[in-house]
Design a protein around this ligand. Structure first.
Ligand SMILES: Cc1ncc(COP(=O)(O)O)c(C=O)c1O
Length: 358
């Protein structure tokens, strides 16, 4: 008998969420971001569900090769570009588009002979200070690439630090936008700026290409309400109660005795733990659904088990269905309670969890 823990992936919801992105940016083309194994949902599922996207964008070169081998014929973009010279023949053979964010990458391109035109996404560091050319040297990088006979097109690209929190004084969104506009003025090429947050909240930034990721999987960038944006949950993680304990006032539950009962209580043990990707730091009070009723975690998450309060759910017993996140319990709500973000929960789903299509 397999463990009762299953992640169910709703491909129709993925398609629906891509449509939501398109409705926010009706004149833009859309990269569906499928890095990190399609945010934990499976690269092959990403390819199937996002077949109407204009292209797929990811980080992993080997993932891009897998997509081509599986039959994806439309554009593929490597969001961090390539990492070493040996990647470039692969880029050429599989016709991958590449982000270029540093001079070392341009050096590598200049030392390579390509058979097909190389489509480059020149990345500007407009204020996030992660990857990219600063505005003062962006034009030089563009000119260097344009002078290379192998370069077929140059898309101008940047990434926002705070599209979900535009007024953040650390780097207000407007300042990043202005830097991008100033430094790219007059340069030929498509523009690509918007992640999910920018697509949903600032549709005026959609430009030529959008690059939604988290929203396609039913998560919201700032942890807000996915329902309010019309997004549907994609991954639902379910399990079952595999044990029940009746505890008395003063009894503690689990490692470190983090939860202590203040009355007679019923505690259910759920087959799911941190080795499955459930966050170990989820505190007492993190929501779960048992038998259709919302309740909470009581006690420290262990490797293979979680303990939950069943006191107010008399119908609950061994075999009762438990939803850890997904349908009826937004992943962002669980993430918030655990002090993290939905992205991390999706991506951390462990290989031992059975994954099924809905
Ligand atoms: C360059 C780039 N574009 C787009 C995305 C998609 O972002 P999100 O998942 O917030 O939509 C990411 C993700 O981090 C990224 O790094």
């Amino acid at each position: 008998m397999p463990r009762p823990l299953v992640a169910t992936i709703d491909l129709a919801a993925m398609r629906h969420n891509l449509d939501v992105a398109r409705r926010h940016a009706p004149t833009s083309k859309a990269w569906a971001v499928v890095k990190a194994n399609a945010y934990g949902h499976g690269l092959d599922r990403g390819m199937r569900a996002f077949s109407s996207a204009d292209g797929l964008a990811l980080i992993e070169v080997e993932g891009a090769v897998r997509l081509r081998d599986a039959g994806w014929r439309k554009p593929i973009l490597l969001l961090e570009g390539f990492f070493e010279p040996a990647d470039l023949p692969v880029v050429d053979q599989y016709q991958l588009q590449v982000a270029v964010h540093c001079n070392e990458q341009i050096d590598m391109i200049e030392r390579t002979s390509f058979r097909s035109p190389l489509h480059v996404h020149l990345k500007m560091n407009s204020g996030m200070n992660r990857l990219g050319f600063t505005p003062s040297v962006f034009r030089q990088a563009w000119e260097r690439l344009r002078a290379n006979r192998h370069v077929g097109s140059i898309t101008l690209m940047t990434h926002f630090a705070n599209a979900d929190d535009a007024g953040n004084p650390g780097m207000p969104l407007d300042r990043q936008v202005q830097r991008f506009l100033d430094a790219s003025e007059g340069l030929a090429g498509d523009r690509s700026l918007a992640n999910s947050a920018a697509t949903l909240i600032h549709p005026q930034l959609a430009a030529d290409w959008i690059r939604p990721g988290i929203m396609l999987y039913g998560g919201t960038p700032g942890g807000g309400s996915s329902e309010a944006y019309g997004l549907r949950a994609v991954m639902t993680l379910t399990s079952e109660i595999i044990g029940v304990q009746c505890v008395r006032p003063g009894d503690s539950v689990g490692y470190g005795s983090r939860f202590v009962a203040d009355r007679e209580m019923t505690i259910g043990i759920v087959a799911c733990g941190y080795a499955d990707g459930y966050p170990r730091h989820a505190p007492n009070g993190t929501p779960v659904i048992v038998d259709g009723h919302r309740t909470v975690i009581a006690g420290r998450v262990s490797m293979d088990m979680i303990s939950v309060d069943l006191t107010a759910i008399p119908s609950a017993r061994v075999g009762s269905k438990v939803t850890l996140w997904g349908d009826g319990l937004p992943i962002d709500e669980v993430a918030n309670a655990a002090g993290t973000i939905g992205y991390e929960l999706m991506c951390a789903l462990a290989p031992r969890v059975r994954v099924e299509d809905r």
